[in-house]
Design a protein around this ligand. Structure first.
Ligand code: HEC
Ligand code: HEC
Ligand code: HEC
Length: 467
């Protein structure tokens, strides 16, 4: 990342030298107000704001582990340093209690705080800028009627000159395109609703699109796959690695309930996304699914053939039998490490993943799992190391973690077996360093909302996120 940092410095200094830059970068302060009374807001507007806040995952980023919802203080690691989310409760001193509606709308639209400081794009305002003024008013009403919490935001840990918020004006000039969502009149209302939510509040591209050296989402690689907190956020465009292609129905169920019979459960940073979406009417998930399915497009005939073959095969492949792209099975020709992995699989994994128990509590047939076909083994490594915790209200984990029983070498062998047996993709590039790094990180594998009827909270603000 040294190069990235160097480039940023050059750009910052270069822009800083331009006449008029300071004038460009300067934003005026908006006068503080006396915190409004809760009763000043229409309850229907507040309820609408709660739904929108769920789409925006505001609770996920603005809640520190063990902290109060929306009180901020969550450390967000970026390649450039650590940025802390702020307190967005209506506390007048440490939160946004003195922010007028105008100041709030400006922060969402332009990424500028009440005092006129530029905000870091770790706050995904590059997406939130698409939100309409009406929806921002509802969000404001919702936030201003939450419990005020006194909580100072820790200072960011960023090197000079990135700690200077003025630099962000240069970043915005290069990468930020401000403006509310413009409907595409050639598309249906449902599609437009989905695009509005996904591109705006849902900020799907913040994780599912790659970023450039300046940390900006690459507009030339929309939904081409990205990274989030040690997890791979798979491509959601024509490059989707899912072996069973997604369609509107499967995407709707996955987004709304956190799992789908042919694709498994949502894990890692995707788990709270689906948990939040589970609190909304299913029509919202369906709208997003309609949009995402159109971005993915129809699967190629080759992908269709592969999926048909996988679905036609009644049981999963007995250990040691490789999958071919046309679905035909051939005699095993496993390299030595994959053979060692096969023995581990037979003992540790097969009893659940080959048992044919229905999801979400049974394990998916792994030849149906995107995790086997993805560009990196990050997600299966996280799942193998840490397992999958019990969904809310359930006692046992749905999958145990193997960090204590498998060493790095055994996991590397297991991965060689999984990849060669359950996918037709070439082997992952030496996964050993990644296994070591992810073991060290011990990332959260959170599973939520496995049953949209009972597990999804009606109001995300009432629920203490552990996140
Ligand atoms: C991906 C993480 C993330 C999500 C999701 C997120 N925020 Fe933030 N937000 C941040 C960070 C980080 C900051 C602080 C940025 C800075 O210090 O420059 C911030 C700052 C803000 C600010 C400015 C507050 C201040 O005191 O300066 C507001 C307002 C805000 N967020 C509202 C929201 C709302 C409303 C939502 C949901 C619609 C939301 N955020 C979702 C990370 C996030
Ligand atoms: C905070 C990062 C983040 C955000 C925001 C996010 N995702 Fe994800 N998403 C992920 C990760 C990580 C995975 C992989 C999860 C796994 O392996 O279970 C994923 C998985 C998925 C999958 C399954 C892909 C497959 O082939 O298995 C779909 C579909 C999806 N996300 C859609 C969306 C949509 C639609 C949105 C916006 C509403 C969204 N995501 C927002 C991180 C994110
Ligand atoms: C006690 C039963 C159990 C055991 C043992 C088990 N799993 Fe799982 N596993 C599950 C369940 C349940 C899920 C969640 C449903 C799903 O998505 O497959 C899961 C999910 C997964 C996933 C994600 C699949 C997807 O894309 O949704 C992978 C990969 C995985 N397990 C690999 C393994 C490996 C490798 C082993 C052996 C080291 C193993 N599991 C052992 C029950 C188990």
């Amino acid at each position: 990342m040294r190069i990235a940092r160097f480039l940023i410095i050059v750009v910052a200094l270069g822009l800083g030298g331009l006449g008029g830059f300071v004038a460009y970068a300067w934003e005026h302060a908006i006068d503080p107000i006396d915190p409004p009374q809760r009763t000043a807001f229409d309850p229907a507007l507040v309820k609408h704001g709660a739904d929108l806040a769920a789409v925006g995952n505001c609770n996920v980023c603005h809640t520190a582990p063990g902290g109060k919802v929306f009180a901020g203080g969550l450390a967000l690691p970026t390649p450039f340093g650590t940025i802390y989310s702020t307190n967005i409760t209506p506390d007048p001193e440490t939160g946004i209690g003195r922010w007028s509606e105008e100041a709030f709308i400006r922060s969402m639209r332009e990424g500028v705080d009440r005092e006129g400081n530029h905000l870091y794009p770790a706050f995904p305002y590059d997406h939130f800028t698409r939100v309409t003024d009406d929806d921002n008013r509802a969000l404001y009403a919702y936030l201003m009627t939450r419990e005020p919490v006194r909580a100072e935001t820790p200072a960011n840990e960023l090197p000079f000159p990135l700690d200077q918020r003025m630099v962000l004006a240069g970043w915005k000039l290069l990468f930020f395109r401000e403006g509310a969502y413009q409907p595409d009149t050639a598309q249906s209302q449902t599609w437009n609703r989905g695009a509005y939510l996904a591109e705006g509040l849902g900020h799907c591209g913040a994780c599912h699109s790659p970023r450039n050296a300046f940390g900006a989402v690459r507009t030339d690689a929309h939904y081409a796959g990205g990274e989030s907190e040690g997890w791979t956020a798979y491509a959601l465009n024509a490059d989707s690695p899912a072996p069973i292609p997604w369609d509107v129905d499967s995407l709707t169920q996955y987004l709304h309930t956190g799992w789908e019979p042919r694709h498994g459960v949502a894990r890692g940073p995707m788990a709270p996304v689906t948990q939040n979406l589970g609190a909304l009417p299913e029509t919202e998930a369906r709208a997003m699914a309609t949009y995402v399915a159109s971005v993915m497009g129809e699967p190629t005939p080759e992908k269709k053939r592969r999926a048909d073959a996988l679905l036609a095969a009644e049981t999963t492949h007995p250990p040691g039998v490789q999958v071919q792209s046309a679905g035909s099975q051939t005699a095993p020709v496993l390299p030595a490490n994959a053979q060692r992995g096969a023995a581990i699989y037979a003992v540790a994994c097969s009893s659940c993943h080959d048992a044919g128990r229905p999801l979400p509590y049974g394990g998916l047939r792994l030849d149906h799992s995107t995790a086997m076909y993805g560009p990196t083994p990050a997600n299966p490594i996280n799942v193998i190391l840490n397992g999958l915790p019990a969904p809310e209200g359930e006692r046992g984990p749905i999958m145990p973690g193997f960090a204590g029983s498998l060493d790095d070498g055994q996991i590397v062998d297991l991965l060689a077996y999984l990849r060669s047996t359950f996918s037709d993709e070439p082997p992952w590039e030496d996964p050993a360093p990644l296994v070591a790094r992810l073991r060290e990180a011990g990332v959260e594998a959170g599973v939520y909302a496995l049953d949209s009827g009972s597990a999804a909270p009606a109001n995300p603000s009432k629920q203490e996120t552990t996140w």
